[in-house]
Write a protein that binds this ligand. Structure first.
Ligand code: CA
Length: 229
């Protein structure tokens, strides 16, 4: 698997639909985490750290709307775009009316092509580097397409792991990433790497960022992890 894949949390209780969507999202380069119901989605969201959530409206027990409401009030998930799947167009009106914070919605039965286009559009917003764009933080500029990084217009030498770490931080400045989340995002969840490896590469990244002077923009958050700014 590719290490720098965008990730999606797919919440759908119908196995056949879950399978079709999962297949198509994976074929389109996503790392897919699936949840069969709302409770599971709320438990998995931390570990999955998704770039986007595809959420069915009609779920047993906790409805999609309630899951959406909860995710949009949690500080760590508030900014993750949510695409709601709705069985009837009247529900879409209610989605709008309830202002649950869903970012987009698709009415079932949907065309998979259209759904994928909507997912890509939301991803462009939540994770620009996954679609090859420029990220800026203060005097640091990262070009995801050319893999070049500059600080105060001076090019920085970065190893591939440090580059992926930096792009993760620059996508969400201020966000605190735990070592486990960084491992998952930068190294991939199928690879066994000791969490101390993260500290080693953070050290290298810090050194690289300061190779032409300038302050250390990375923050160590005791007991929690690392953040940019
Ligand atoms: Ca359903």
């Amino acid at each position: 698997m590719s290490i720098d894949q965008p990730s999606v949390l797919l919440v759908e209780d119908e196995p056949a639909q879950r399978e079709v969507l999962s297949y198509n999202l994976e074929a389109d380069g996503f790392r897919v985490t699936t949840a069969e119901n709302g409770e599971e989605a709320l438990l998995l969201v931390d570990e999955a750290a998704p770039d986007i959530i595809v959420l069915d409206w009609m779920l047993p027990n906790v409805s999609g709307i309630e899951v959406c409401r909860q995710l949009k009030t949690r500080a760590d998930t508030r900014n993750v775009p949510i695409l709601m799947l709705s069985a009837r167009s009247e529900e879409v009106d209610r989605v709008r009316g309830l202002e649950t914070g869903a970012d987009d919605y698709v009415v079932k039965p949907y065309s998979v092509i259209e759904l994928m286009a909507r997912v890509r559009a939301l991803l462009r917003r939540s994770r620009p580097s996954a679609v090859g764009e420029r990220l800026e933080y203060e005097d640091i500029v990262l070009d995801a397409e050319t893999h070049r990084v500059t600080r105060s217009d001076k090019p920085l030498k970065l190893g591939p792991t440090e580059f992926r770490l930096l792009s993760t931080f620059m996508e969400k400045p201020g966000r605190v990433w735990s070592r486990e989340q960084l491992l998952d995002r930068v190294w991939g969840r199928d690879i066994y790497v000791d969490t101390r490896t993260v500290d080693v590469h953070i050290g290298r990244l810090r050194k690289a960022l300061c190779q032409h002077g300038g302050g250390d923009p990375l923050r160590t958050v005791r007991g929690a992890g690392y953040a940019l700014g």
